[in-house]
Design a protein around this ligand. Structure first.
Ligand code: BES
Ligand code: MN
Ligand code: ZN
Length: 505
């Protein structure tokens, strides 16, 4: 998508649709008021009658019949001003684009001063949180569609965004370009998330990684089973042994041209289970197809690395993903089996469906061996996180207040929501084990999400570590929620991870 900033009055905008935003309980902003006047008061009449609403995220499409240079406007309700954050704004724009992309190629957003104020939160990153970037991201995110395998899918997209009302300088152009790049990476994550498991095996995933690495000049190494055996990655190998697909370990490396001399090496580690059947601890039938997306963390890491290669932070960044299926084949690991991870820790696998922490254990230990000084993993780890926080939030647990703060400020810049769960010493006892150093699940439904983090913490050699559980935030199909959060895969944490290297203190 192309995006440009223009300095013209609302009546002169030439686009297939002009989006006019509106806050609840507030008068129309100057742009919407100008359009209303040109339309002879039609917009305010529609609001008065209830035909259009300022509730989040109500859309009313209004033909202009020659009163403006554009053939239609959309009145987009953003709800109460004090409840709008970057996440909600992007979602509202996604809805606006989903409504119009079938018949509109160009879309303009008329930015009201009140909206620009709300979005101008201070951030410490490389590109400041700017309304222009947020809006470009929302529009591009709306272009995502799921039908890559359908012959008759409506492939209509918004091809051009015009941003009106913020001026037109080169800073704005840069912010728009950054937003387009970040959201296109997010959409690429979504495509991978929803690609069926027979078309995205571990081997297919590393082929994608090869394409990205080549296009962006990243170094890529793909580790195969013999080397995993040599390094003693017993936890990753245990998960892989029930599948006919060979496991892979993706290792992407970004090296800065001019390092900041701090010696920091940030490792991003994404869970890459290309299908999670549960293994011998087989999952129940309903909804198992969604487990094709159990590589959402790996996809977010891959696409974040693609952005990082372009934005060029001054520290080294590693992007790792342990990739395998979790299947109940004849050679599968069995509940009660004990394996040894790369760092020497022995694990009793009392539930083969807690496979994500097993593959991440070896990937984290390997990242440490490569010199990672800060580690962040992203994983669809526990169903429990949707009970704890619901779909619009990613859970964060960490061992370092500084690294947690860096993740929070990167997420703020990304328009993604992250909320911390604790790791108190009393949580540790859940994974104590009689016959091995640790077991992989507590076996009781208590603090399930936290137990995942407690487990992973064993494999980071005491380095600053944050675990992000995206099992809930990676996708949703909740009938009630779909009115306020777009259904389907979200590409969550792609943008947060892409910003993160710029936020390390
Ligand atoms: N991939 C699942 C978690 C998941 C559930 C992701 C729902 C997306 C939607 C993970 O491997 C898993 O099975 N976790 C278990 C952990 C339990 C055995 C401790 C779970 O959540 O039941
Ligand atoms: Mn599982
Ligand atoms: Zn899983």
């Amino acid at each position: 998508m192309q995006a440009k900033a223009l300095d013209v009055g609302v009546g002169k905008i030439r686009a297939d649709v002009v989006v006019l935003t509106h806050f609840e309980e507030e008068p129309l902003g100057p742009a919407a008021a100008a359009a209303d006047e040109a339309l002879g008061g039609l917009l305010s009449a529609m609001l008065a009658s209830g035909e259009a609403k300022a509730r989040f995220p109500e859309r009313a499409l209004v033909p202009t019949r020659g009163a403006l240079a554009s053939p239609r406007v959309m009145l987009l309700g953003l709800g109460p001003r004090n409840l709008l954050d970057g996440y909600r704004l992007r979602n509202a724009l996604q809805f606006a684009v989903r409504d119009t992309r079938a018949f509109c190629r160009s879309l303009a957003v008329a930015v009201e001063p009140a909206l620009a104020d709300v979005l101008a939160v201070p951030a410490t990153g490389q590109a400041p949180q700017s309304p222009a970037r947020a809006i470009a991201e929302g529009v591009v995110l709306g272009n995502y569609h799921v039908g890559e395998l359908k012959a008759a899918e409506d492939k209509g997209e918004i091809e051009e965004l015009q941003l009106v009302g913020l001026g037109s300088g080169s800073d704005l152009a840069a912010a728009l370009a950054a937003g387009v790049r970040l959201a296109e990476a997010t959409n690429a994550t979504r495509v991978l998330q929803w690609r069926p498991a027979n078309r995205l095996t571990p081997s297919d995933f590393v082929a994608e990684a090869e394409r990205v690495a080549k296009a962006r000049g990243l170094a890529l190494r793909v580790m195969e089973r013999p080397e995993m055996e040599k390094l003693g990655m017993g936890a990753l190998l245990a998960v892989a042994q029930g599948s006919h697909q060979p496991p892979k370990l993706m290792v992407l490396r970004y090296r800065p041209r001019g390092s900041d001399g701090s010696g920091r090496v940030l490792a991003l580690v994404g869970k890459g289970i290309t299908f999670d059947s549960g293994g011998i601890s087989l999952k129940p039938n309903p909804g198992m197809n969604a487990m094709k997306s159990d590589m959402s963390g790996a996809a977010a890491v891959l696409q974040a690395m693609a952005v990082i290669a372009k934005t060029e932070p001054r520290i080294e960044v590693l992007g790792l993903a342990p990739l395998t299926e979790n299947m109940p084949g004849g050679g599968a690991v069995k509940p009660g089996d004990v394996v040894r991870a790369m760092n020497g820790i022995t694990v009793e696998i009392n539930n083969t469906d807690a496979e994500g922490r097993l593959v991440l254990a070896d990937a984290l230990a390997y990242a440490v061996s490569l010199g990672a000084t800060h580690l962040v993993d992203v994983a669809t780890l526990t169903g429990a996180v949707s009970v704890a926080l619901g779909h619009p939030v990613t859970a964060a647990m960490g061992t370092s207040a500084d690294l947690l703060n860096a993740v929070r400020s990167a997420a703020l810049e990304a328009g993604e929501r992250v909320w911390e769960l604790p790791m108190y010493p009393e949580h540790d006892v859940a994974l104590t084990c009689e016959i091995a150093d640790i077991r992989n699940t507590a076996g009781v439904p208590a603090a399930g999400t936290i137990n995942g983090a407690i487990f992973l913490r064993e494999f980071v050699a005491g380095r600053p570590f944050v675990h992000l559980d995206i099992a809930a935030s990676s996708y949703h199909f909740e009938p009630l929620l779909n009115k306020v959060v777009p259904v389907g895969p979200t590409g969550v944490m792609t943008r947060t991870l892409a910003h993160l290297p710029f936020h390390l203190g």
